[in-house]
Design a protein around this ligand. Structure first.
Ligand code: NAP
Ligand code: FE
Length: 366
């Protein structure tokens, strides 16, 4: 049996885990740069827990709180310049995928000079600041992946820096931080995590380990479809969704994402549709495309949801995502032409043509 599994991040999970494990943070260095978005880390208690843990260990820290959604290249170079100026020797990134991805790129760029034209390709020296990541959305799984996804204006899409260097040293999962998420962001991020699990399971890179993890991620997230539809969440729902999201991250760390993410990037880049929502709008059409090739292809992702056909999932996604944005045929043709160029598409169990991508966009969005 051919198998490879690599996920070197130490995961510590549970209510209060940051303050309770301050020594694990202090082991990463003597001076931290904390990377966050503008508001949420202050509001949900995560920043206060991190600074209390650092203060308790006499670790100095400074804050870069300028990461926007879908972080840009100038943002990560600015963060790295601040890390250098502050002589930070490790990075703590707190937030959704945006601050976590930015924190990973900042840790890389603070440790070595990488010209902008080499940012997505490398090669990189074997140097990066140690990192601790703390998710406050339950969606991206960035805390356990080797990817940092940035807005790439030159290519008019979003592009990953992908390197084993980018695996964080530590991930703290405390679902209390996700309690302040609005129902809409909770849905969008949960749908992103579901897409990670589904695309990973339906990748030619999948193997026994990644498949097992992806299927469990699907099962956990699907077990909360009711809460996602109702828009109200118990602490246990929050924990299960966060765990499902981290499992999705571990799965895509092995396989990458495929068709849905490649198609979603155009919606986010050109129309500023939230990353998870963009994927969710396209998921049913991708599964339908595979179903029409052979229903057996889709069974491994439907079974953990407790479904044997696509209809119940289509109905749940429609109800979660509500009214769809409107698009023109010309916009969709442009997105299909861009998406077909992305290498990750070729890992899908069935690789669509550009015409088939356009059909999926039409089925989802016209
Ligand atoms: P996000 O862009 O990080 O955050 C979206 C919004 O949610 C922001 O306004 C943020 O506010 C707010 N927010 C975050 N946590 C909150 C909380 N606990 N309570 C209330 N509001 C909160 O969204 P995301 O969906 O988590 O991340 C999307 C990014 O991750 C995209 O760039 C995507 O490409 C990337 N991604 C990366 C990977 C990977 O493997 N690395 C995988 C999938 C997606 P603040 O700005 O104030 O914090
Ligand atoms: Fe994603």
């Amino acid at each position: 049996m051919n198998m490879q599994f690599y996920m070197p991040t130490r995961i510590i999970s549970g209510s209060g885990c940051v303050r309770a494990n301050s020594a694990a943070l202090a082991a990463l260095g003597k001076r931290a740069l904390i990377v966050t978005g503008a508001h949420s880390a202050r509001a949900n208690g995560s920043l206060a827990d991190v600074t209390a843990a650092l203060d308790a260990e006499d670790v100095e820290w400074s804050l870069y709180d300028k990461v926007m959604s879908n972080p840009t290249i100038p943002c990560v170079y600015e963060g790295a310049a601040i890390a250098r100026a502050e002589q930070a020797d490790f990075v703590i990134a707190i937030g959704g995928g945006s601050p976590m991805d930015a924190g990973k790129a900042i840790a890389l760029l603070a440790a070595q000079d990488v010209p902008e034209e080499k940012l997505f390709t490398g090669p990189f020296e074997h140097k990066i600041l140690p990192m601790a990541l703390i998710p406050t959305t339950a969606g991206t799984g960035s805390e356990v992946t080797q990817y940092s996804i940035l807005t790439n204006d030159a290519a008019k899409t979003k592009t990953s820096i992908a390197s084993p260097l980018l695996f964080p040293n530590l991930a703290f999962l405390d679902a209390r931080y996700t309690a302040s998420l609005s129902p809409a962001t909770t849905v969008n991020t949960a749908v992103d995590a579901l897409c990670h699990c589904v695309e990973s399971r339906l990748s030619v890179q999948a193997d026994l380990m990644s498949a097992m993890i992806a299927e469990e991620g699907i099962r956990l997230i699907a077990s909360r479809f009711g809460a996602l539809k109702a828009g109200t969440f118990t602490p246990e729902d929050r924990e299960i969704l966060l765990c499902g999201s981290t499992l999705g991250g571990i799965a895509i760390a092995q396989t990458g994402t495929t068709v849905v993410h490649c198609m979603g990037y155009g919606l986010t880049y050109f129309r500023h549709i939230d990353h998870g929502r963009a994927n969710g709008l396209l998921l049913a059409a991708f599964l339908d495309f595979l179903w029409k090739k052979s229903p057996a292809l889709v069974a491994p992702v439907l079974a953990p949801m407790g479904f044997s056909t696509l209809e119940p999932l289509k109905e749940i996604l429609s109800s979660l995502l509500g009214t769809r944005e409107t698009f023109t045929e010309a916009e969709l043709a442009g997105y299909a032409a861009d998406a077909i160029k992305l290498k990750k598409i070729s890992s899908s169990v069935v690789v669509p043509t550009q015409a088939e991508l356009l059909d999926m966009y039409r089925a989802s969005l016209l």
